[in-house]
Design a protein around this ligand. Structure first.
Ligand code: ADP
Ligand code: MG
Ligand code: ZN
Length: 668
């Protein structure tokens, strides 16, 4: 079964043979080269001429044999002597001309020239030929060794990774949540386990199952689990493998992949990232079109060629079902489609439990709490959070992962690692602190749906600082108000710069991009403009699938386009006005938050809430935090302390307290 084609691994002997051949080549070449150029002294043409023209000795004959020159001469005493020299090959022709001349002039009596044999040509041929043979042999060897694994050498072969049924450990129990998905797939599992049962009933089992959903939601995991549950072979191949290298290889890979799968049937063929080959044909920019088309066609041909006895289930995964070629989705192909959802709070908790199994958690860790605070995280993100937390724990030389590490890891996964070492100038600190404070305060003032999680002016990723916020609960949709709130929140940074610093910066570039695209979508896709209520414009795939829409004609007039732009501007402008109004109203909170940020660089969610509630009274906030009180409790306690305190205390505290008392007064 394993050596299907009777191919064998490389024998030690053959490797030895190649090695010896290489050694022989090297030795041979040094001998030959050495003889010609190395051992004898090299003479220039000028040296030979000097002998010939010399009055000291009389050159009688010159023998040129290849690059060897033998000069015979009589010295002053009349004795006959000879010297052997070697001239560089390039000089031989010139030398012959010179000797011809010299003989004519009578300077020398005789010369003899025999055609040089150019060793270097022979050597070049040998080296070249030898190298080709060697490279070929080595490729061949490696190819054989790595037939079934990822390898650049296995050109025509499929690169599916085989998995032994015994080694298939992934079961449905390893996939947390995803109840509906698993239910849908259990029919497939049952078919793979006992195909006969279905055949007898004449039931037609889907050939192709398409899993779609956001990256990291566990599509690959589910496909593996199907094979694992059924105890059949799992052939994995990724669509991006097909497009990455040589032209004309994709189709043959598909062919041999299916051939292998048929031999191992019942089995599961899993094509990951199928959108890489299965995009709508004739769409998209750039080359590689034909290659993709051929590969896609071959997949379709293979699937169409299945008969009732082909017990293969083809599974595929994508996060972009909307760009897939309709041919893939026709009946008899990937007609069973299963959406893999983002996990909700319960599922997140279950996923965390699975991945926390082999990790020592401290007693203070509540996975429920982590699950609740990680809205919008996928299974892969959650796995990553726990892993990052473990790494942080190790770095902090602790034995158990505590809630602290998990919280920090959550931000790390969300924002990328912070650049703690970067030195920030006071000017940058000031600018970033107002900018981020602007985001945070506007979010708090407008949205009941999302809350501030952390504000920091430590750069992370490409951002100078960031305001992290989280949805309060899971949701699948946005209301109009929610979208407007997001726009205002995005504008908060720039508005704060304008109000508090009197100048604006480029730091808001990505914020502006974000809110502009939301405004555009509100009008063009969601029908939320006042002028074009309930109308949509353009293709829904437009943004994500650039090449496709570029070939399309705009379906509305220039006037409408101008009016749409006008509507976008209207939304942005009115949101900006509202944002500035909010920030002006919350001046004391803004000043306090910006000051705290410049001071401590980071303000976490709870502290932010307190600063907001205390209307920017940092002293009150610190007092409350120190005594573990809420802001309202702290306000009460402090005022009673003041009234019950001695006159001296009152006087001593007077200067600092009055101002904050004033603020409290404002708040009420
Ligand atoms: P996708 O293929 O959808 O991009 P993967 O299947 O590759 O996602 O998931 C990546 C990793 O995330 C998995 O290896 C697994 O460890 C984890 N994961 C995702 N979803 C789940 C889940 N429902 N239960 C347990 N682990 C999950
Ligand atoms: Mg995947
Ligand atoms: Zn910003």
């Amino acid at each position: 079964m394993e050596n299907k084609d009777g191919r064998q691994g490389p024998k030690l002997g053959s490797l030895l043979f190649y090695g010896l051949m290489l050694v022989a080549l090297v030795v041979l070449s040094t001998v030959i080269f050495g003889n010609n150029y190395g051992r004898q002294e090299k003479t220039t043409l000028a040296d030979v001429l000097e002998y010939i023209n010399s009055t000291e000795y009389k050159v009688t004959s010159v023998e040129v044999n290849g690059t060897n020159v033998k000069l015979t001469y009589k010295d002053q005493s009349g004795a006959v002597k000879s010297i052997n020299q070697s001239v560089p090959y390039e000089y031989v022709d010139d030398l012959v001309l010179v000797l011809e001349e010299a003989k004519k002039n009578g300077t020398i009596e005789n010369y003899n020239y025999s055609e040089p044999f150019d060793w270097s040509i022979l050597i070049n041929i040998m080296m070249f030929g030898g190298t080709i043979v060697l490279v070929f042999l080595i490729f061949n060897t490696i190819n054989r060794q790595t037939r079934d694994s990822n390898s650049v050498f296995s050109f025509g072969n499929n690169r599916a990774k085989l998995t032994d049924p015994d080694k298939m450990k992934v079961k449905f129990s390893d996939v947390a949540g995803s109840v509906e998905e698993k239910e849908e797939l259990s029919e497939i599992v049952d078919f793979l386990k006992s195909p006969a049962k279905y055949k007898e009933l004449g039931a037609k089992i889907p050939k192709g199952v398409l899993l779609y959903g956001a990256p990291g939601t566990g599509k690959t995991l589910l496909a593996r689990a199907v094979a694992g549950e059924a105890g059949v072979r799992f052939f994995y191949i990724s669509g991006s493998d097909f497009v990455e290298m040589l032209v004309g290889v994709g189709a043959s890979r598909v062919r041999s992949l299916f051939a292998d799968a048929k031999r191992a049937a019942p089995s599961v063929v899993f094509i990951d990232e199928i959108d890489a080959v299965g995009r709508k044909r004739g769409a998209g920019l750039g080359g590689g079109q034909d290659e993709r088309e051929q590969t896609l066609n071959q997949i379709l041909v293979e699937m169409d060629g299945f008969d009732v006895n082909t017990n293969i289930i083809v599974m595929a995964a994508t996060n972009r079902v909307d760009v897939l070629d309709p041919a893939l989705l026709r009946p008899g192909r990937f007609d069973r489609r299963i959406m893999v959802n983002m996990p909700d709070a319960d599922e997140r908790e279950a996923i965390l439990k699975i991945h926390a199994k082999n990790k020592p958690l401290a007693k203070d860790v509540s996975l429920r709490e982590v699950a609740l605070s990680t809205v919008g995280f996928t299974g892969a993100d959650l796995e990553n959070v726990l892993n990052e937390a473990a790494l942080l724990t190790a770095r902090r030389n602790k034995k158990e992962i505590s809630m602290n590490e998990i919280t920090d890891a959550t931000f790390r996964v969300q924002m990328g690692p912070q650049k703690n070492s970067k030195k920030l100038s006071d000017k940058v600190k000031r600018l970033t602190s107002y900018h981020e404070a602007g985001h945070a305060v506007v979010l708090k003032a407008t949205s009941e749906f999302e809350k501030v999680d952390r504000v920091t002016i430590i750069p992370a990723g490409s951002a100078g600082g960031y305001t992290a916020y989280k949805p309060v609960e899971d949701t699948d949709f946005y209301t109009e108000k929610m979208l407007l709130d997001v726009i205002k929140m995005s504008l908060g940074g720039r508005a704060a710069e304008e109000i508090f610093l009197g100048e604006v910066s480029t730091g808001a570039a990505s914020d502006l991009q974000h809110c502009n695209s939301i405004a555009k979508n509100m009008i063009k896709r969601y029908g939320l403009s006042s002028k074009f209520r309930n109308m949509v414009f353009g293709d829904e795939n437009e943004e994500v699938f650039l090449g496709y829409s570029m070939g399309q004609v705009q379906s509305y007039s220039e006037q409408t386009a101008a009016a749409i732009d006008q509507e976008i501007k209207l939304i942005i402008d009115s949101c900006y006005e509202e944002t500035k109004r909010i920030l002006n109203e919350k001046r004391s909170i803004m000043e306090a938050l910006a000051a705290r940020l410049q001071d401590k660089l980071t303000v976490d969610g709870p502290e932010f809430e307190m600063i907001y509630e205390a209307n920017g009274d940092l002293e009150l906030v610190d007092y409350a935090r120190k005594n573990k009180l809420s802001i309202s409790e702290a306000t009460e306690k402090r005022s009673s302390e003041i009234t019950s305190g001695s006159i001296e205390d009152l006087i001593a505290d007077d200067a600092s307290k009055t101002s904050s008392d004033d603020k409290d007064g404002e708040e009420n």
